[in-house]
Design a protein around this ligand. Structure first.
Ligand SMILES: [Zn+2]
Length: 239
């Protein structure tokens, strides 16, 4: 008997007290968009296309201006497509507070978007952008929230069938004895296995098109990793 297709409805929401995450969407080749918040923090993770629409649907403009950091897993367009419009929108709202963007070191897309953005808007920019390329798996301290970036194993296929490593990270967010592990896009990866285990929530991509797909996890691999966490969401599932 054929297995029932995994059907997914966005948004996916998880909350423990004031530790909140909402995945607006995570659709391969189209868009990702995630909001993580506590009473003191507001972060955006992987702002793909549509991020401004989804943020405005869910939180106020004042709250959008409170977003202090953006975390990028890797530079593919379905994870960074909304960065340009987010940066522009902050200027439209006359943002004053600095904004930090964390990304895997070597991610050309973020550097290019940032450079092009400054070229166009530096005269009228109302806020400072801090670019933080992550190379070492060092913890990031944000008061009561600690973020652990970890390397994952995402590749892209070339025309000739060879594959190329994409600088790629997952992030584990620890707050108030609870933890959320977001793996980004990755093939099977020991770091992800380790970081997902015993998390309160693991967000695992299941993007493989078939068993031979070396760039993403199969549904079975993703489920196996997810089950080692207390709860899990499978995301990035192809239609
Ligand atoms: Zn990708």
């Amino acid at each position: 008997m054929s297995k029932k297709k995994y059907s997914q409805k966005y948004p996916l929401v998880w909350q423990k007290d004031d530790f909140y995450i909402e995945i607006f969407c995570s659709i391969p080749n189209i868009a990702t968009g995630i909001l993580l918040s506590t009473d003191e923090h507001k972060f955006v993770i992987d702002p793909g296309d549509g991020i401004l629409r989804d943020l405005n649907k869910n939180i106020s403009k004042e709250e959008i201006l409170d977003i202090s950091d953006i975390f990028i897993s890797h530079g593919h367009h379905d994870h960074v497509g909304g960065v340009w419009s987010f940066l522009t929108y902050m200027s439209v709202l006359r943002r004053q507070k600095p904004l930090s963007i964390y990304f895997p070191k070597g991610c050309r897309e973020i550097l290019s978007i940032h450079n092009a953005f400054l070229e166009v808007y530096s005269d009228e920019l109302t806020y400072k952008i801090n670019l933080i390329g992550i190379e070492k798996q060092r913890k990031i301290n944000k008061g009561s929230l600690i973020i652990e970036p970890f390397k994952v194993n995402h590749n892209e296929m070339n025309e000739d069938g060879s594959s190329e490593y994409v600088p790629s990270l997952g992030y584990k967010f620890n707050y108030n004895q609870k933890s959320i592990c977001y793996g980004g896009d990755t093939a099977y990866c020991e770091n992800l296995v380790k970081m997902s285990k015993d998390s309160d929530l693991a967000i695992i991509e299941a993007g493989a098109i078939d068993e031979n797909d070396e760039t993403h996890l199969t549904m079975q691999q993703a489920e196996e990793i997810g089950k080692t966490a207390k709860e899990y969401f499978l995301v990035h599932v192809p239609d």
